[in-house]
Ligand binder design. Structure first.
Ligand code: FES
Length: 134
């Protein structure tokens, strides 16, 4: 797990080619290492977009308007959860509690934890991210 975490921290994902190398290092089968990568949703088997949006879908955020916010986020990005835009700009991921329940609904956009997220604020953040890339 630590090695997989470090690979993902360094690359943003765990390339398929890393699995046999890691398996050799920890003396496990490729299937066992692949099983860990595929079981834990935090491990990405594909490269993420340049900005990863991780929207909380757990209870506190749901109770604070999270469902409507999730609909808005998906429409704004043109993505379903688990997808990346064709141009590689954004990846949308569902997470289940960011430890920021007191400030629900919450998300991590890029490296920033954001609480009390509204559709308008989300649009502002995304527009800012898009401007930075141009
Ligand atoms: S339920 Fe969303 S941050 Fe805890």
């Amino acid at each position: 797990m630590v090695i997989l975490r470090r690979v993902q921290d360094a690359l943003g994902w765990v390339p398929r080619g890393a699995v046999p190398v890691i398996a050799d290092i920890v003396n496990l089968s490729r299937a066992e290492v692949h099983g860990v990568v595929s079981f834990y949703h935090d491990f990405r088997p594909e490269p993420p977009g340049r900005t990863v949006v991780r929207l909380c879908r757990a209870e506190s955020c749901q109770a604070a308007g999270g469902e409507a916010l999730a609909d808005h986020v998906q429409n704004r990005l043109g993505l379903k959860f688990g997808q990346t835009t064709r141009d590689g700009s954004f990846t949308l991921e569902a997470v289940y509690c960011l430890g920021n329940c007191a400030c629900s609904p919450a998300a991590v956009i890029g490296d920033e934890l954001i609480g009390r997220l509204t559709p308008d604020r989300f649009d502002q953040i995304i527009a800012s991210a898009e401007r930075v890339r141009r």
